[in-house]
Design a protein around this ligand. Sequence first.
Ligand SMILES: Cc1cc2nc3c(=O)[nH]c(=O)nc-3n(C[C@H](O)[C@H](O)[C@H](O)COP(=O)(O)OP(=O)(O)OC[C@H]3O[C@@H](n4cnc5c(N)ncnc54)[C@H](O)[C@@H]3O)c2cc1C
Length: 466
Amino acid sequence: MTPEMIEVDYLIVGAGATGMAFADIVLTESDKTVLLVDMHQKPGGHWNDAYPFVTLHQPSAYYGVSSKELSKGIVDTIGLNTGLQDLASGPEIMAYFDEVMRYQFLPTGRVTYLPMCKYEGDGKISALTSDKTYNVKVREKTVDATWLKTTVPSTHTPNFEVTDGVRMMPLNDLPRVMEQPSRYVIVGGGKTAIDAVIWLLENHVDPDQIHWVRPRDAWLLRRETTQPAEEFFEATMGAQAAQMEAIAAAESIDDLFTRLENVKMFTRIDPDVTPTMFHGATISDPELAELRRVKNVIRKGRIQRIEPDQIVFDEGTLPNDAETLFVDCSACAVGNAEEAEIFHGDTIRLQTVRTVQPVFSAAFIAHIELTRDTEDEKNRICQVVPLPNHATDWIRMQSAFMMNQYTWSQEKDLRQWLLDNRLDGYSQLVASIKEDETEKLAIMKRMRENAVPSVMKLQQLMAEIA
Ligand SMILES: Cc1cc2nc3c(=O)[nH]c(=O)nc-3n(C[C@H](O)[C@H](O)[C@H](O)COP(=O)(O)OP(=O)(O)OC[C@H]3O[C@@H](n4cnc5c(N)ncnc54)[C@H](O)[C@@H]3O)c2cc1C
């Protein structure tokens, strides 16, 4: 079959949250054309494969595309997020991106959307459902919105062996459990494992029936400190100020994490275990209290193999029985931690330019692509803020984030753009301060006073990381 020819300004590979956020800025801030290609049948990327009880772990208020609100603008009054801004569920996120595509993007006449198609490289696209192929001529850039290689449990292959006779499932299938197991073994120490444990506890499972394989414990962010609405100013911006003071005063890396926990920015499930991981997972205090009800925590390193009568770990074995149900939560959301220049010839490789904020970052990068001339200038403004894995990665990430914030604060048009963009909740929060709000002004003063000392301290601590 002869390939169909398409000519477009921006070819965006991946119609996940980041590809959509990039396209949205191109469409609202320029008259350029866009082609979005994705192997999924609907926009939204990994949310197509999400487990049925997933929600965002950060407020909806700063998720999605810049031009359309995702939040309901409410504070939850029931459940474990009570008192905090709403968190969209997986189905809500899917419906949102579908609406953006059908009612905003496609009616512009400037968007070509090719779902169920694979980008093969070199401008070549092939349909997954037939022999249909496309050749794309790109006038401006190809945008790689797959760089981070997000993985989720349902599409992930565990990196341990599971022999015949073992009952194991991804957490997507948990709501389908009809036959009660002897116990549930949750495998993984990250956000999906947290969600699985909470779901089980909310669905009548006794905490003693849950065994949790946590090779590493994580530092977690308190969701109470991430709320962008004005009524949360003190909790959110006060925490930012306290964080800066904690960094500036830290005497060592260990002391830094102790201080971050003391100022209630960080938390951990088990106060007796020093976390070695940080993935940016965000959790509310009531969720934390629930998780602490699970006492059967297995710390014997990673699982190597599960057999019907034993579990083989890096550091020993434990007995097993065929009635145990293993729930695989070992997928790491970010499959590719490799950092590379974002603007690279005729390609843009979408990565984070603000701490664990991939969608804000994609929108910001699109704005810089449209408003700055040279590749050097674009990369200077968009330094990669690395996605964290080990606890000490937080230091490098925070340092890169603060350097970017400083760079952006020096450019008037960027200050205004940040203020106007809904994905940047915090600039609006700061701009909302009135002259007579002395307590808020005092918080901002603490931030200003500690900005330079904290950046210098982060640099110093980075040099100590082995
Ligand atoms: C459970 C969970 C909760 C999360 N909660 C939050 C949150 O609260 N706030 C937040 O900011 N972030 C959150 N995240 C992070 C989340 O990963 C990002 O926000 C974002 O959804 C990632 O989008 P993406 O576009 O980078 O990747 P993806 O969603 O993985 O999209 C990439 C797309 O590229 C397509 N693709 C890949 N290769 C090709 C190819 N060759 N040809 C065509 N298409 C291709 C894939 O099919 C996929 O649809 C969460 C992540 C998870 C897993």
